[in-house]
Structure formats: C-alpha cells, structure tokens
Design a binder for this molecule. Structure first.
Ligand code: ATP
Length: 870
C-alpha cells in the first residue's frame, strides 16, 4: 500500500497545501495529481510508483521526490499499480486556468478534486480488466454465527447477497475469487482486505441504502435477506460510494444466494480439483480451460461462475442440459449461433462503463451492435422446432430494444471513437442544425484553402502555406527568406512568430474566416456532446433490460460452448437420477486426456459404478498407475454435470451431489508450504464432520504424511467412519495394501486396482481399472523406470525380501486387525461417556446459575470424566 507523505511543515506553497489536503482525503491511496498533460506523484508515493512502474524518479525544486505519468498512457500505468496491490486516488483539475483566473485573480491555483479511487474491485475500464473473468468486490460482515457477503461486479452490474455460517466463509471466497475484499475495522478477513469504518457495516443502514438505491419500499421483491447479508450490503454500498466519489456505479438488483442452491465445494477441494485455476494460479491447465469453448467474454465469465457453483437442483440442471442437447444435435444451428455471438461486442461491460460515467461514443456503438445482434439471434432461434424450455425463457430477453437500437443507429457513425472530445461521432442526417454547423465549418475550411491560393498569387510566394496549431490557431507561414515583404506595414499581414527557417503571420481576412470555422466547430462539438449525454441517458433508462439481454446472450454462449465441447470430445449427456448413484461408463479426465494426447498417447477410459450397496471404492495399484487421475475425473464429472454440461464419458447416470470433497495425502501437497500432515488431518476432519449420504468424496492416499503405522491406522479408521457414519459415495486411493482387508468387514466397500504388468523385466502401466486388489505394489519397478541407480535398486530388493519374509512370519503389519471390533461398536463404546457429560450439561439452566453453582458444576463435570477413565 502507499506510504505516508511527510507532514506539511513550514509555509507551504498554495499548490503543496492543496496537494496535502487532497492526500489527507485518501491517505491509503497513491495520489495521482493532475498537472497539465501529466498525473504527478510526490514524496513517498513517487518513490513507490517509480519503483513499481520503472519510471524516472526526479525531484522538485525544493528536493521533494516526484515522478509523473502522461495522461494518454495513464490507464496502462494504473493497471500496473493496481495489479501490484496499490490503490490510486485520481485528483483532476475541475476548472480551466481561465476559470481559475476569473475566480481568484492572476495567481489563482486551478481547483482540483479527487474524482475517483481506482481499486482492484471497482474497475470498469476495458484496458484494466480481463474480458474473460468477472471482477468481484466483496464486503464481509460478521453477525454472530453468520457471515454476510455482498459481492458486486460493477463492470457488469452483477450483485449477490449471501449469508453463510462462519465456517463456510473460505469456501465462498474461493468460489468468487474476489479482486478486492472490504471488511470492518477489527473484523477478521483476508490479509490484504481493505479496512472500512465499522459503522458502515450495519444492517439497518444496509437495508436503507438498498431501498433507496433501487427505489423500492421493501426488499421482498428481490428475495429475503438476513441481518448479516444486509450489514454486508451496507459496507459494500458505502465503499462503492467512497470509491466513486459521488459518481454512479452499476448494480443490478441483488440476488439472494443460499448455500443450499449449490453444490458445496470448500476452498481445499477447489484448489485440489483445479476447477478454474491450477494450484499455481494459472487458467491454463484448469478444468475451465479444458472446457471453455465460449466465443464471448461474457460467456467465458458465466462459464467460470457456473463451474465454480454447480447447481443442486435437478430441474434447472435439466433445463441447461436440454439446451446444450439441442445445440449438440443441430450442428447448423450451433454454428450459426456461435458465428453470430462471436461478432458481438461485450454489451454488459459497455453498459457498466456508461453507468459509471466513463462511457464513450464507442460504448454506445457497442450497445447498438450488441442489441441489434441479439435481435438477429432472436430471429435465428425463434423458428427452431421443439424449442427447449430454457430457450423459450431466454428468447424474449433478446428483444425489446428496437427503439433504442433504431435511435442509436440513426444517431451514431458506423465506428464511433473512444474519445468524445474531438467529436465526429454523430452521424450526418441525425440533426439538421448540427449538419449546418458542420457545413459552415467545412465551407470555412474550403474558403481558407482558397485564401491560401489567393495569398500565394498576391505575394508571389509559391511556398506560402496556411497552417493550424493549438497556440496560434490558423496562420500564414512562409520561408524566412521570403518574409521581408510581408513584414512591411502596408502588406496587410501582421507578424506573429519567427522560428528557425520560417516566419508566421496573420491577416484580417484569415482571422475572420478562422473565427467562423472555430465558432462553427465549437458549436458543432457542443451539439455533439449534448447528443451524447442525451443518448447515454436514454440508454441508461433501460439499463436493467439491457443487462438482462447481456445475461441471456452469455447463457446462450455457454450452452453453445458446452455443445461444441461435447461434439469435439465425444462427451455424453448425463442423466440426473433421484437416488445417490454414480454410474459412469468410459469416463475420462479432460485435462489429463489433453496432456496425454499431446504426447501422442491414448487416454484409457475407465468406468466408475457407485451405488447404495457399493458406495466406497478402494483403489490400489502402482505409482503413476492413474489412481489420482481416476479419482479426480469422477469428481470433475460431478461438477460438470451439475453445472449443466455434458461430461467426458460414454454414459453417465448421477444422483445429485450436495457436497464435494477432494483431499490429497500430505506429500503430494508440499507446494502449499504448510505443515502438510496437519493440514491433511484438519481437512479430513472437515469431511468426516460434513459429508452426508448425498456427498461425493475423493481421498487420495490420506494418511501417508506420517509414519506407516500411524498412517495406516488413520486411513483404516477414516474408511470405517466414512462407510458407517457418513455413508457418502467415496473413492479412496491408497498404497496401504493392508486396507484391502476391510473389504471383508464393510459391505459397501469394494476393491479395485489400476492394472500394470511386467514385460521383459520392464513395468508397463496400463492405466486401466480392474476389480480386486493389486497383486503387488511394483514400487521397485517404478523406481527402476525412474532411473534409480542399479546398486541402490539391488539393495532395495534385498531389504524388501527380508521385510516380506518377516511379514509372512508375523502376519504383517496389519496382523491382529482381524480381531478388531466393528466401527459402530467401537464408536458406541466411546460415545457413552460423552453422552453422560452431555446429559449433565443439557440439564443446566445457564442463566439461573450463581457463580458458586457454576464452580460446583465444573467440579461435577470434572468428576464425571474421572469416573469414566477410572
Ligand atoms: N487413464 C489414463 N490413460 C492414460 N494415461 C493416464 C491415465 N491415467 C493416468 N495417466 C498417466 O499417468 C500419469 C500418472 O497418473 P496418476 O498421477 O493418476 O497416477 P497415480 O496412480 O495416482 O500415481 P501415484 O500413486 O504415484 O500418485 C498421468 O500424469 C498420466 O500421464
């Protein structure tokens, strides 16, 4: 974050006094102070910016460090500062030097004001945003056991309000991947969160701000929001107001988000499955990247949101699948849809810029083209036979902007510029008065050209030219050696400027014509600006329906993308089943399949059949055999299906998954740089506490991060717990062969292995799943494959032979486990004492206890536990 500037000492120049005043308004931001064609930074800010932007650090006359960025390139520099984690306050000149003089005399300082705080979560500029990713700003409010989350992407107006238990906060943040998080002073949140005044995180204030912003007397029409969600909304809206400094920001009415609507995926599972980013933070290599065939930025953003929050409601999933199915069947329609979408501008983001007051004529042009394109798409899709329900719901949302499109089409030139200041964006024929002004300016310019010819003839100077620049306006220019005759008073020319080689003059006739041209030009420009404002106002009048159209286009793009991906990869439509089954035939891992294909190999498809009486698959087999790949591909298939996509398999019948968990044994996770075994156990504990009989769990070598005996014992108990208590669908990969004994005890557990064989002394990994346990572990064969030196391999073989002999004699490390009592009996035995305690506690009326009674209670509880252990 920005450093603090030195306190103002001594007598300050008026400019420095103004600078410090502005800096004090935004002490946590770098201050961009507008001076002419530059934004200047001073003091500590200058040092930070110069280092971050790699630009020269200079000093003012008084020695204060300074650096500057030119206005025309400011966006690029802003982007780099924001990416580096800074926030920037932009102080603009809010009057011209002429106005300042008029106001305060000759020495008056131009007034400046902070017009905006530029922060990572409040960007709208195309150049500062990734067109294929949403840009979330999230405010978090704590209200007792609940956490309120208000999430806004002001570049498109999306706005969600949620309330979740404290424990689900990390999962929600991982789902959104916010660019910026705002919390109240003293509250807990991510390390780099922005701190805002606690008073803004109040539910009453949040409710009031929401009502006034959306002009409603009650929020009931949007859904129901609890105090936590409203408090978060309060914090968010106050922060948006502060960053916009009185300007507007685009928010659509809030949508309530409840955890139950979506498959719960915690942060660790998301990271492990690499849904939208790989563990090293790249998009490439993620599930999203392997699936994404969208052709618009808005489609890519929606797809990322869908994959981050798969649905939990069969009706909506089926609706999405039906649409995908329709486009998958009809290649012509799919191609036409995608070709049409590809040509469309990003309507949602153009609208966001217009609402934020940073819209340009080009953004209006994008609305025109996007909305007209939506209307054409309506025509294309309206005639489809047997349209799916979701299409019927989307179709009307593509229309309804006829008047606006017609008006924009008449008003704007074909490709309007981003910069409005030079005019030229209003089309001819839209406004007769404007055309006339332009005609006058054009006539004037033609008259000036004629005047140039006349002056040449009159003076006999063939090289005489009439030129124009910002300082002198129109003037006559001749080579220095021809200047003398024009210098004479009777020549009719007035000397303006002598430069090396040329001399410049004015003439009354030219002055008169120039005045006409500039007046007509200025009037024309003013007329264009007035039209621009008017057109923007008109467009913003239908901001919500425009946003709805943009969303409908994105939904069509996502459906088209899923259809295209399915055709490309031979994917199938999943059947959503009412019971907790998971039957996948010929399943594949979309990311590994692509990687394997790139090396010229073939990916081996595998089946997975989990059902009520075979819920838990224990997968063994050699290292590199494909166990992890198999586990993950099935988790990804569940995500894809519930997001409304076809899946990489030949057939799939899936019962909805309410919670998805993926955990990988500690040594695979070294990159995370945490105490890995501890993390593994914390995460495993979370699964045992949360997985239900509708959940899907993959556990990859859990337990291997500690000593063999401890690891085996933990893995054993976890498997039993999952089988007996959680009763979820689960795939469990392990190298502990001893665990295969559990198949005899646990009826819903079955054994599977990835096949391998040794051929001519070499290990061949078949990557094919088969029933039963692996016959041996092939660890040494894999080591040989990896190039371990021969003497080491030979020695390892000796050691192994001895170990195996010892095991055969003693019955192995798992000897004795056969006599272990059943899990249920064991947990019952352990549960009893806890129940006695619980009963005693339940009988207590907390409010009625005196301090003495409370102390006695503690003694009683303590004695209860001692009684048990005695
Ligand atoms: N079904 C498959 N078809 C083709 N190649 C595969 C398949 N599954 C895995 N592979 C290849 O094998 C490599 C190792 O796979 P994976 O990591 O799943 O093995 P593993 O059994 O989990 O290994 P370890 O026990 O060492 O963790 C993959 O990177 C991929 O190249």
């Amino acid at each position: 974050m920005s450093g603090t500037n030195p306190p103002a000492t001594g007598t300050l120049t008026p400019m420095m006094a103004q600078y410090h005043g502005l800096k004090a308004e935004a002490p946590d931001c770098l201050l961009f102070y507008r001076m002419g064609d530059f934004f200047e930074l001073f003091f500590e800010d200058a040092k930070i910016a110069a280092a971050c932007l790699d630009i020269a650090l200079t000093a003012r006359g008084d020695g204060a460090p300074m650096c500057g960025v030119p206005i025309h390139a400011a966006d690029a520099y802003l982007a780099r500062l924001i990416r580096a984690g800074h926030r920037v306050a932009v102080a603009e000149q809010v009057e011209t030097p002429a106005q300042a003089k008029e106001r305060g005399g000759y020495k008056a300082l131009v007034a400046r004001k902070i017009i905006r705080l530029v922060t990572a979560g409040t960007l709208t500029e195309e150049t500062l945003l990734d067109s294929r990713s949403a840009n979330w700003l999230v405010a978090i409010a704590e209200q007792g056991p609940r956490i309120g989350l208000a999430a806004a992407d002001i570049s498109t107006g999306r706005f969600e309000l949620a309330s979740v238990p404290v424990a689900a906060l990390d999962a929600e943040l991982a789902r959104l991947g916010p660019s910026e998080v705002v919390i109240a002073e003293g509250a807990t949140g991510p390390e780099d969160a922005v701190i805002a005044p606690r008073s803004t995180f109040a539910s009453g204030e949040g409710e009031r701000l929401l009502k006034s912003r959306f002009g409603v007397a009650t929020l009931d029409g949007f859904g129901s929001f609890d105090k936590a969600a409203l408090a978060a909304a309060g914090g968010l809206l106050a922060y948006l107001d502060r960053t916009a400094q009185g300007g507007t920001t685009f928010l659509q009415p809030p949508t309530p988000r409840t955890a139950e609507d979506h498959m719960a995926i915690d942060a660790a599972t998301r990271e492990s499955l690499e849904l939208t980013r790989t563990q090293s933070g790249e998009r490439k290599g993620s599930l999203l990247d392997a699936v994404d065939r969208t052709v618009t930025g808005a489609g890519a953003r929606l797809l990322a949101a869908d994959l981050s929050a798969p649905l939990n409601d069969a009706v909506t999933i089926e609706a999405r699948l039906n649409l995908v199915g329709r486009f998958a069947e009809d290649g012509t329609c799919r191609d036409r849809l995608r070709t049409a979408l590809r040509a469309l501008p990003d309507v949602g983001r153009a609208l966001g810029r217009l609402v934020a007051g940073r819209g340009s004529p080009r953004d209006l042009g994008q609305l025109r083209d996007g909305l007209a394109g939506a209307r054409d798409l309506h025509e294309l899709l309206d005639g489809l036979e047997g349209p799916p329900a979701l299409l019927l719901q989307l179709l009307p949302q593509l229309r309804g902007h006829g008047a606006l499109v017609d008006r924009l089409s008449r008003a704007l030139v074909a490709t309007p510029p981003i910069d409005a200041s030079d005019g030229g964006f209003i089309a001819e024929g839209y406004d007769a008065a404007l055309d006339e002004l332009r005609g006058l300016a054009g006539d004037g310019r033609r008259a000036i050209a004629a005047l140039e010819a006349r002056f040449r003839e009159q003076t006999g100077i063939a090289g005489l030219k009439i030129r124009h620049n910002g300082v002198l306006g129109y003037h006559i220019e001749v080579g220095a050696k021809f200047a003398d005759p024009l210098m004479r008073p009777e020549s009719g020319f007035t000397h303006r400027q002598t430069l090396a080689g040329v001399v410049r003059f004015n003439a009354p006739e030219l002055h008169e014509l120039a005045l006409k041209v500039s007046q007509a030009g200025a009037h024309a420009l003013a007329a264009e600006q007035a039209h621009l404002e008017d057109l923007i106002d008109t467009a913003l009048g239908s901001r919500d329906p425009i946003a709805t159209t943009a969303d409908a286009l994105a939904r069509l793009d996502v459906a088209g993308s899923h259809a295209a991906r399915a055709i490309e990869g031979g994917w199938c439509r999943p059947d959503i089943m009412p019971h907790a089954c998971f039957e996948v035939e010929g399943g594949r891992h979309p990311v590994v399949e692509a990687a394997v294909a790139a090396t010229g190999e073939r990916f081996v498809a595998n089946d997975c059949r989990l059902s009520e009486d075979s819920r838990l698959w224990l997968v063994t087999g050699p290292n590199m055999g494909g166990k992890s790949t198999f586990l993950r591909q099935n988790a990804l298939i569940a995500v894809l299906a519930q997001a409304g996509s076809f899946v990489p398999a030949t057939s799939a019948a899936l019962g909805l998954v309410d919670r998805l968990f993926s955990r990988v044994g500690a040594s695979d996770n070294l990159a995370r740089g945490r105490s890995t075994f501890m993390v593994e156990m914390i995460e495993t504990a979370a699964i045992l506490a949360q997985a239900t009989d509708r959940s899907f769990v993959i556990l990859d070598e859990v337990g291997r991060g500690t000593s063999t005996y401890d690891g085996l014992a933990i893995a054993w108990a976890v498997l039993e717990g999952i089988h007996e208590t959680n009763r979820c669908r689960c795939l469990f990969a392990t190298h502990y062969h001893e665990l295969t004994r559990l198949a005899e005890k646990l009826d819903a557990l079955s054994l599977h292995h990835v096949r391998a064989k040794e051929w001519k002394g070499e290990l061949v990994l078949l990557h094919e799943l088969a029933t039963g346990a692996a016959d041996k572990s092939y660890g040494l064969a894999v080591a040989r494959l990896a190039g371990l030196p021969k003497p080491v391999l030979a020695r390892a073989k000796d050691v192994l032979t001895r170990l195996e002999k010892g095991r055969d004699k003693t019955g192995g490390i798992a000897a004795g486990l056969d006599d272990l009592p059943l899990f249920a009996a064991a947990t019952e035995r352990d549960a009893e004492p806890a129940d006695a305690l619980r009963e005693a506690l339940a009988a207590v009326d907390t409010d009625a206890l005196s301090p003495r009674e409370a102390l006695e209670l503690v003694y009683r509880l303590k004695s209860l536990t001692q009684g048990e252990t005695a």
